[in-house]
Write a protein that binds this ligand. Sequence first.
Ligand code: NAD
Length: 358
Amino acid sequence: MSDHLDFTHETRPVRVVFRPGAATGAVATETARLGLRRLLVVCGARGADTARAVADALGPACAGLHDGALPHVPVEAADRVVAVARAAGADGCVAVGGGSAIGLGKALALRTGLPLIAVPSTYAGSEATAVWGLTENGAKRTGQDAVVQPRAILYDPQLTHSLPVALSVTSGINAIAHAAEALYAPDRSPLIALMAEDGVRAMAGALPEVAADPGSPRARGRALYAAWLCGSCLGATAMGLHHKLCHVLGGGFGLPHAETHTVVLPHVLAHNAPAAPEALAVLARALGTGDAPRALHDLAARLGAPTSLAELGLKESDLTAAAEQVAAQTYPNPREVTVPGVLALLRAAHAGDPPSGS
Ligand code: NAD
């Protein structure tokens, strides 16, 4: 921690229940606590069985189940969920699933003001933020609004046992990215720094155990705990070059979310390292290494995750356009963002080289 303390920390009123079985065991009491009596349960097609169990656990307080969540929340999906919620007379929403399902719940909250309860089944972290996203005509708009921040989060590690190992690893590294950029965010606080460090430590420790034994309650519990910490960092701070670059690569070039985060993170951290030595030192301590970018690259490789943008389908001829888009935007980053600088790290990430400086 820096000697010179100067920070602002805001705690939002979110109730977090972390317990194996919470998805079905606590949903009725937690929604009743909020005074809600007619809940629309939303999910994606693949998560419908789990969401059905949550809907059943709500009993008469369930106003319906809608499995229309799609990646990046197309505006048409948002229109549909609003119509379904209105027709059902819903007074709240329970979103069950990954960032896509929770994103649909947020779109409903944004349009109608209905309170949202999140039951996450990946490590992406959307449940812990007031950030919404909507995709229209191929372009994703994002914004912040307190109305979309889930009022309660039910973390149930049992829900994540079915998350395939490949997605568990990339989703977990996606979570680490939130903590990593929070460590050099201008609006970080000492509390967020503590959460970030323990989040990275817990996730990096849990992922090899999840990969070795995907049904391990201990490993799944630790990974989801880490996702809570890392998601809280995302919700509390302004993200930098890494998140902006992944947003451009996902939105503009169609690359998959968690996999892109996994490939890009070591390269952005190596790039930012000279301008953020304290953050890199904390990351290195959390990872038990002297070289955090290299350790993250090696962790992904060892667990079979993608390590190059080429294997995710990005064309070499797109690298310059991506670098120009990222350099043209405004966001906080410890090191100045220039086209040649971004292009150099993108070239390494495209080729799957170890992060430079390592
Ligand atoms: P996702 O929600 O699209 O899920 C990925 C895939 O995993 C889907 O096919 C889903 O059906 C499946 N899945 C989810 N949980 C599962 C489980 N337990 N078992 C088996 N399969 C499961 O992806 P994601 O990575 O969770 O979220 C990514 C999306 O969330 C992106 O659109 C991203 O922009 C958004 N996001 C938003 C925020 C925010 O603060 N607004 C934060 C993080 C991510």
